[in-house]
Design a protein around this ligand. Structure first.
Ligand code: PLP
Length: 235
C-alpha cells in the first residue's frame, strides 16, 4: 500500500467506526503522529489533506517543525520534563501529555511568557502500566480543578494509551473506563470537555466505538519504517 492508500484507508476506518458509534465521521479528529518520520514524510502526508501532526520529543519536534513550512498544527504527545515546558509552549498548540500539577504550573508560566493560551489534555495511565506516564485514574479529578484555575492553560479533556495487544477487544473495557472518567471530569468542571484522545494504529476503531473524539495514528499512515533519519543516509 502506498501513502495515499494508507491515508484513505485510515480515513474510511475512522468514518465507519464513527458511524458505528452513532456519530458523524467529521466529529473525530485524526492526528498524524510523525515521530521518527522526516519532514519530507510530513509534507507528503499533508498533501493528502492532513495538517495536524503530533510529536513525542521536544528536541525532535523543534528541528522538524522548523523544517516544515506551512500552516500545520502540532501536538505534543510524549512525556514532558518541566525544563522543556518553555520550548513546548512555543512549539505546540496542545500538550496532550500533562501528567502532574508541577508540569501544568510550568506550562502555565511558559504560555504566559509566550503570550498565548495553551490547550492541554491530562494524560491518564489507564492500565496502570509502570512503563507509561500519566495520572492514576483516581487522581485525575483532584488535579483537574487545580489546573483549571491556571489562567494560561485551557483544559480540553483527557488522553490515554492502551497497552499493546494483538487481541484488540481486550482494550475495549479500558477505553470504556476512560470515557466514563472523561464524563465525570466534565461533570466535575460543570462544562463539557470536548476532547477524548484515545486510539492509535492498532486500536483506533475500538477507541472510536467507545467514545474517542481524537485518534493519534502513526504507523497506519506513515508505514512501519521510521523513515526519518535513515532517508538522510540514503537508506
Ligand atoms: C507513537 C504514539 C502514537 C502512535 O502510535 P502508532 O501505533 O504508530 O499509531 C500515539 N500516541 C502516542 C502517545 C504515541 O507515543
Amino acid at each position: 500500500m502506498d501513502l495515499e492508500d494508507r491515508v484513505r484507508r485510515v480515513r474510511e476506518q475512522v468514518a465507519e467506526a464513527a458511524v458505528r458509534s452513532g456519530r458523524p465521521a467529521d466529529s473525530i479528529t485524526l492526528v498524524a503522529v510523525s515521530k521518527g518520520h522526516s519532514p519530507e514524510s510530513v509534507r507528503r502526508v499533508s498533501e493528502q489533506g492532513l495538517t495536524l501532526f503530533a510529536e513525542s520529543k521536544v528536541q525532535e519536534a523543534k528541528i522538524k517543525i522548523s523544517m516544515c513550512p506551512g500552516k500545520f498544527r502540532w501536538h505534543m504527545i510524549g512525556h514532558l520534563q518541566s525544563n522543556k515546558a518553555r520550548d513546548a509552549a512555543f512549539l505546540f498548540e496542545m500538550i496532550q501529555s500533562v501528567d502532574s500539577f508541577g508540569l501544568a504550573e510550568e506550562l502555565n508560566k511558559a504560555a504566559g511568557k509566550a503570550g498565548k493560551t495553551l490547550k492541554i489534555l491530562l494524560e491518564v495511565n489507564i492500565a496502570g502500566e509502570s512503563t507509561k506516564f500519566g495520572y492514576r485514574p483516581d487522581a485525575v479529578l483532584a488535579d483537574l480543578t487545580r489546573i483549571n484555575s491556571l489562567p494560561n492553560l485551557e483544559i480540553h479533556g483527557l488522553m490515554g494509551m492502551a497497552p499493546w495487544t494483538n487481541e484488540v477487544e481486550r482494550v475495549r473495557p479500558l477505553f470504556r473506563e476512560l470515557k466514563e472518567l472523561h464524563d465525570r471530569c466534565s461533570d466535575g468542571l460543570g462544562a463539557p470537555l470536548p476532547v477524548l484522545s484515545m486510539g492509535m494504529s492498532g486500536d483506533f476503531e475500538v477507541a472510536i466505538e467507545e467514545g474517542s473524539t481524537m485518534v493519534r495514528v502513526g504507523t497506519a499512515l506513515f508505514g512501519a519504517g521510521r523513515s526519518g533519519n535513515k532517508s538522510a543516509a540514503g537508506g
